[in-house]
Ligand binder design. Structure first.
Ligand SMILES: [Zn+2]
Ligand SMILES: [Zn+2]
Length: 170
């Protein structure tokens, strides 16, 4: 569930090896949601009074539209995550992004931070494959599926000549 007892972290650094499900309530409509559960692993430790530090990694796949052919495909998301959770105001020189913890909280919920880091890491645009052929500029057909009706394009001046009797058979 990615929720950790703060007293446990204070006693000893906690190893995180968990998943954030694709249908978790933390995701908001419009997010580049994961195709399947996001794997989160790393270490959660104290970083001074009332502060906690997560250092780890997230990995999963998100659905992206190819910028050439516009088809949806699953793109990998792999990111190092270094975040600080603080119950008080923290100066900007903190190592990593800072997330608030409610005063009096007994648990640290990693999910909102993981969601934010996922949003930053998920590619907005990508190619479905390096040699994607894209769409035909004339008819919009996906050229990865084969030539469309308008290809190859023939210059009308040449098609007029094509109708002339052949002269090389004399
Ligand atoms: Zn493509
Ligand atoms: Zn075409």
């Amino acid at each position: 569930m990615l929720c950790y007892d703060l007293r446990a972290i204070e006693a000893k650094a906690v190893t995180v090896d968990d998943t954030l499900n694709a249908d978790d309530a933390v995701w908001i409509e419009g997010d580049p949601t994961p195709v399947h559960a996001v794997h989160v692993h790393g270490r959660l430790s104290t970083a001074g009074t009332g502060r906690y530090y997560f250092s780890g990694h997230l990995s999963g796949e998100t659905t992206v539209s190819c910028r050439r052919c516009l088809s949806d495909f699953a793109a990998p998301v792999d990111e190092e995550v270094h975040v600080v959770f603080a119950g008080d105001e923290l100066s900007d020189d903190a190592d990593g992004d800072v997330y608030p913890i409610d005063p009096g909280a007994i648990e640290l919920d990693l999910r909102p931070a993981i969601r934010e880091e996922w949003l930053l890491a998920a590619p907005a645009y990508a190619l479905c494959r390096p040699d994607c052929q894209g769409l035909c500029a004339q008819c919009g057909a996906d050229k990865n599926l084969g030539p469309c009706q308008c290809a190859p394009r023939v210059d009308p001046r040449w098609s007029a000549l094509a109708g002339l009797p052949r002269t090389d058979a004399q």
